[in-house]
Design a protein around this ligand. Structure first.
Ligand code: BG6
Length: 481
């Protein structure tokens, strides 16, 4: 299938750090449909050759096993083209249309890897230039808006130009293999469904922990913060996949209808519940992997006295029959003890313990990264001579080992899906707006709160108040259990 893939923001970080390496991997895995052209669009003047050279140099920063050989790069580079565009100039869109029409590929994917401030301008211009026909798809990178109003404004412009079926809103977490496995675990197996409810589950914890700080993105991050950067999108998307009802089919809208219901069932926050059920933090200097690291306020491009949160822990509930009363804890942060993203489903304790000593509830750990796997924690008899306490054991499944040649990265998967027109792993406008609706009272409450975020040492698990948040319900975070 011939396709054209156009990257607006063609010289930006996202394009060379994530998108080009992902496309290269897709080519290496023979997954990229033949006959594709990749066009990078940006402000400055360069030839195709100069752009290819720019990308070739950037590949040096990719991890060694993912770097192309000379022969591979030559094949990849043959697909790469470059075009200078001033995004406010209608004639530049007309020129792009001519370039695309010349070949009239079956599919043209227009990927907006620019600042979101440009999304509406670009979409309007695309519409005026007639670059919105049924074979065209538009991919929008997060952050999609800053709050409900700005998200609605983007969606209003996008929907004036494109049909919802042409709009591919990226949440790259949905492209992670572990997240697709969550669907498989829940709806491809009958085992867990009878247990997947309030009667058997005590609480659910979603942790997206990063070891890195904000690096050189201080200016972007400071106007965003952890709530908008990770919770509004990635953590809530994971929550919907854990909590959703079984969809009637595996079609995009059947799945997204169920996810939307979950978002609508989340308990809304008030100023009082924000103060009670949310902990926000900001890292101070500390030690990560044995090395001293600066605090957030000393990072480059971070304004003095910033009250931007780099850590958030939230306690929420899904208000429906399946989940009433079950706490869902969401937690994310920069400069935490380790890079570790996982979902822990804590089951209830046995109703009447008959074994001496150890009593520990079962838990299912869905590991997103760095490993991609499942652990089911049980108690077992050690088989010794005495009447010993039961010992904790776990059944471990490592998907990288189980399917060594099949795993593809999140962006690779999402780019291939966008080219193929599969919307399952993309976010619909109503889901995205509902997520903002839930987040907004939190942002409002923080704005009126003079206390600001709580400090935590880089390399720790966040402010102690985050432990107190779960301890209140008699729970503990996974690393404290
Ligand atoms: C992005 C955030 O969406 O996700 C970043 O903007 C964050 O701040 C990143 O570092 C984390 O993604 P991953 O795939 O490395 O967990």
């Amino acid at each position: 299938m011939a396709f054209d893939l156009v990257f607006f923001g063609g010289t930006g970080d996202l394009t060379w750090r994530k998108l080009m390496p992902a496309l290269f991997q897709a080519m290496r895995h023979n997954k990229l449909p033949a006959g594709g052209r990749i066009l990078a669009v940006a402000r400055d003047e360069r030839s195709d050759e100069q752009y290819r050279e720019f990308i070739r140099e950037r590949f040096a920063e990719v991890e060694p096993s993912k770097r192309p050989s000379d022969e591979e790069f030559a094949r990849f580079a043959a697909m790469l083209h470059y075009r200078r565009m001033d995004l406010s100039q209608p004639e530049h869109y007309a020129g792009l249309k001519t370039w695309l029409d010349e070949r009239n590929a079956e599919t043209a994917v227009l990927y907006l890897a620019t600042s979101p401030a440009l999304f509406t301008v670009i979409c309007e211009q695309l519409g005026r230039a007639g670059l919105n026909g049924p074979h065209i798809r538009v991919v929008l990178e997060k952050p999609l808006g800053h709050d409900l109003e700005s998200a609605q404004e983007i969606n209003r412009v996008v929907s004036a130009v494109f049909h919802e079926k042409q709009a591919f809103r990226i949440d790259h977490y949905l492209g992670k293999p572990a997240v697709q496995n969550l669907m498989a675990l829940r709806f491809g197996n009958a085992l867990f469904e009878p247990l997947w409810r309030r009667e058997s589950i005590a609480n659910i914890q979603i942790t997206l922990a990063e070891e890195l700080g904000v690096g050189t993105r201080g200016d972007y991050y400071d106007t965003t913060g952890a709530l908008r950067d990770m919770i509004q999108n990635h953590a809530l998307q994971l929550l919907t996949m854990i909590a959703m009802e079984p969809p009637s089919t595996n079609d995009a809208d059947a799945i997204r209808d169920e996810k939307l219901k979950v978002l609508k069932s989340l308990r809304p926050f008030t100023a009082e519940t924000v103060a009670r059920d949310i902990v926000r933090g900001q890292y101070r200097a500390g030690t990560v992997e044995g090395k001293p690291v600066p605090g957030y306020l000393d990072e480059v491009k971070v304004p003095a006295g910033s009250t931007c949160e780099t850590f958030v822990a939230v306690r929420t509930e899904v208000q429906n029959w399946r989940w009433a009363g079950v706490p869902f804890y969401l937690r994310t942060g920069k400069r935490l003890a380790t890079r570790d993203s996982q979902i822990v489903v804590n089951f209830r304790e046995v109703p009447h313990p008959i074994f001496p000593g150890t009593s520990r509830a079962n838990k299912l750990v869905i590991k997103l990264q760095p490993e991609d796997g499942l652990e089911l924690h049980l108690l077992a008899a050690k088989g010794g001579a005495n009447n010993e306490a039961l010992a904790p054991v776990s059944l471990d499944l490592d998907f990288d080992k189980a399917f060594p040649s099949e795993r593809v990265g999140a962006y690779e998967r999402l780019l291939l899906d966008a080219i193929a027109g599969r919307l399952n792993l993309f976010v619909r406008s109503d889901e995205q707006e509902q997520a903002w609706r839930w987040v907004e009272p939190i942002l409002d409450a923080w704005q009126g709160d003079p206390n600001g975020p709580r400090p935590y040492a880089a390399g720790s698990w966040g402010p102690p108040a985050a432990s107190a948040l779960v301890a209140r319900d008699g729970c503990a975070w996974a690393e404290e259990q």
